[in-house]
Design a protein around this ligand. Structure first.
Ligand code: FAD
Length: 413
């Protein structure tokens, strides 16, 4: 039997989902499979990319699939958290999809924060231009001299001076810093006055990137590539109006948690989609490549790779969907979020590693998306909170529960 084209996704309706979400998944798969994946070479070419992105965005908008992360009143799809999670595993088949569908981290996270915490004026001035695609933004939290894994340690300060916040400090790994029109900056505002608990010392403040004193020192080279967008930035006496404060004073830590909590589910569904594609590439290669007198598919080592990858994907997918359901139900999802944040990027790392191995040299070349996926998987074990920090949180939550006299209920949503 002929093996079908592996560039087209096989997506069927899921009985437990509504007709609306199933249709969205099918429509998304059509655009990703038929228009984006076959054009990935062109989308990676800086000369051809801009026009093609514009054309593809028109398809997306015509199909009512623009901005799945945003509510309808802000120009998005309004499909809620679970709907977006289910769509994401399909978007993730191509590294180009999210941008074409109007979801671009870190701006998408900033948009969610402004929708929840922003004033009407901030929404008009900063949020709406990003939704219209006229501006992008960045999120400036991590610092070179303090551990990002403990955001309470951050030292960039904002001090009130008349009708301004004046910001001083140094950040790095501010992704998209070079292209952003404004940065959402995590600042220490509450030191010395005795107010607030340990998690109430920070405030997020919007800084237009053309404000005097905002200086991009360099793009930090990542994975050997210089000229990227992960910027090291100094803030020297950067003055912005008090109205640029997002949410109440001291709410910066909570706003970061809100952003990262939901973001981690999307990241994990993205990981699932990438694993799914890596798996298809691996299986296809195994059915075609002859080595030592036989197809790779007939070697037991490779059969082991296929079986282990299948289990990694299924486990990751079900864990992530369960976590999304816990969030949707309104129960405390912190343990589930930390669990997927550790398990799923590690599973992606393993699946892509096996797919690379099966491809031999081709696996580390630029001729497949695997090398980029591998770097992304490894990076994700650090970004958004390193593995160890989340493992500590899982154990802490479980132990607290037992010390309160309960056992853990794995069935609860
Ligand atoms: C590609 C990329 C893009 C990024 N984009 C952004 C961005 O847009 N904006 C932004 O603000 N930040 C961004 N980051 C930064 C990221 O969020 C931080 O790197 C992350 O939070 C970890 O902080 P750190 O690098 O300071 O590591 P540290 O906090 O110094 O931790 C180093 C290591 O220590 C270990 N560790 C930490 N705590 C414990 C513990 N309690 N017990 C045992 N071991 C521990 C972990 O293994 C950890 O990896 C990005 C990072 C990368 C790699």
């Amino acid at each position: 039997m002929a093996i079908p084209s592996f560039n087209t996704l096989t997506v069927s309706p899921i009985p437990a989902l509504s007709d609306e979400i199933n249709q969205i998944r099918l429509d998304t798969a059509k655009i990703v499979g038929e228009y984006i994946i076959p054009n990935e070479d062109k989308l990676s070419d800086p000369d051809q990319r801009p026009q093609l992105v514009e054309e593809l965005r028109e398809y997306v908008k015509d199909a009512d699939l623009w901005a799945p992360h945003l509510p309808k009143e802000y120009g998005g799809m309004g499909i809620g958290f679970l709907g977006h999670a289910y769509m994401n595993e399909i978007l993730a088949w191509s590294p180009h999809s999210n941008y074409i569908f109007g979801v671009q981290a870190p701006t998408s996270g900033n948009q969610s924060v402004l929708i929840k915490y922003g004033t009407e004026e901030q929404k008009k001035k900063f949020l709406e231009p990003t939704i219209r695609g006229e501006q992008t933004s960045c999120f400036s939290m991590t610092e070179p001299d303090n551990p990002g894994s403990d955001p309470r340690s951050l030292q960039t300060t904002a001090v009130k001076d008349g009708d301004e916040w004046v910001i001083n400090g140094r950040k790095w790994f501010t992704s998209n810093g070079d292209a952003a029109a404004w940065a959402l900056v995590m600042c220490r505002t509450e030191e010395g006055d005795g107010s607030g608990g340990v998690n109430e010392k920070m405030t997020q403040i919007i800084v237009p990137t053309d404000t005097p004193g905002f200086t991009i020192e360099r793009a930090v080279p990542v994975w050997g590539h210089s000229g990227g967008s992960h910027c090291e930035i100094t803030y020297k006496d950067v003055g912005v109006p008090l109205e640029n404060q997002v949410g109440s004073r001291g709410s910066g830590h909570q706003a970061a948690q809100d952003r990262l909590g939901a973001g981690r589910v999307y990241h994990c569904m993205n990981c699932v989609g990438q694993m799914w594609r890596a798996f298809d590439l691996m299986v296809k290669r195994a059915t075609e490549r002859q080595v030592h007198g036989g197809l790779l598919q007939d070697k037991q080592f490779v059969q082991g790779f296929i079986a282990e990858s299948y289990m990694d994907i299924q486990a990751s997918r079900l864990m992530t969907i369960n976590c999304a359901e816990v969030i949707d139900s309104g129960n405390d999802p912190r343990t589930e979020i930390s669990a997927i944040k550790v398990f799923v990027p590690n599973a992606l790392h393993r699946v892509v590693d096996r797919a690379i191995q099966v491809h031999g040299a081709m696996g580390v070349s630029g001729d497949t998306p695997l090398a980029g996926m591998y770097q992304g998987a490894r990076t994700l074990r650090i970004a958004d909170g390193p593995d160890e920090v989340h493992q500590i949180l899982i154990a802490k939550n479980v132990l607290k529960h037992y010390h309160e006299g309960y056992t853990w209920d794995f069935g609860v949503l």
